[in-house]
Ligand binder design. Sequence first.
Ligand SMILES: Nc1ncnc2c1ncn2[C@@H]1O[C@H](COP(=O)(O)OP(=O)(O)O)[C@@H](O)[C@H]1O
Ligand SMILES: [Mg+2]
Length: 256
Amino acid sequence: MAHEINNPLGIIAQGAQNITRRILGDLPANHKAAENRNLRLEDVHEYMNDRNIPKIINGITSAVDRAGRIVRNMLSFSRKNQDNFREHVLSDLLDRTVDLANNEYDLSTKYDFKKIEIIREYDSDIPMVCCEGSEIQQVFLNLLKNSAQSMNAKVYGSGGPKFVLRAYEREGWVNIEIEDNGQGVDQTVRKRIFEPFYTTKKVGEGTGLGLAISYFIIADLHKGNMEVYSSPGNWTKFVISLPLTQSEESGVIPKG
Ligand SMILES: Nc1ncnc2c1ncn2[C@@H]1O[C@H](COP(=O)(O)OP(=O)(O)O)[C@@H](O)[C@H]1O
Ligand SMILES: [Mg+2]
């Protein structure tokens, strides 16, 4: 998937560079094209500056850099040997991520966790699974943030924003469910939701990478599954399933 992201990123970066050269550069061809239109290139430059075009192009370039860094992180992670895979109770990882989100909310003003009611429906004896804890927490954080953003943008008639978090084991898989009662996603969005760069948010509020990276972490790195269910206008539920490894199947780790 990294290549699918890198190719369009390259085109965007190169495009931004060409636009800069052809509009803002002092090239003979630029002067000539301007003259052909009875314009002075200096006037064109001034117009561009007045309209903040260089700043906008810089914004594109730095966003591409940022996305490139994310992709490189992903690549370096998938190349790493699996040293950081350890046994974890997924519901504990989820609880730690909720704590993290609670303390982080003021960094990103678009959501406020403290207002959100949290209901936990965890089975009591959830077996451990072997996983990269920090990557799994990254996935949970992406999901919690999306949910919080969606709930934040919704006007509630009765009741208020609410998470239902579930953890249970079924047939060799440990499942985590994160359900919110936010805006929901319709079928069009649901079909594309895991695509890199797919976002319905305004520029600056979303990159469309959160779920693509989450899917990569779950499906590619952990051989797990990730699915989304929704009733538009009412709720959205993400289900993450990680396989139990053989060593865990022998012993069930009691919780609490
Ligand atoms: N819990 C949710 N409720 C409603 N819509 C969601 C939810 N999670 C994801 N989405 C939709 O999926 C899109 C892609 O999500 P994501 O990959 O995290 O990118 P981003 O959050 O940057 O837009 C979002 O723009 C939003 O439209
Ligand atoms: Mg997101």
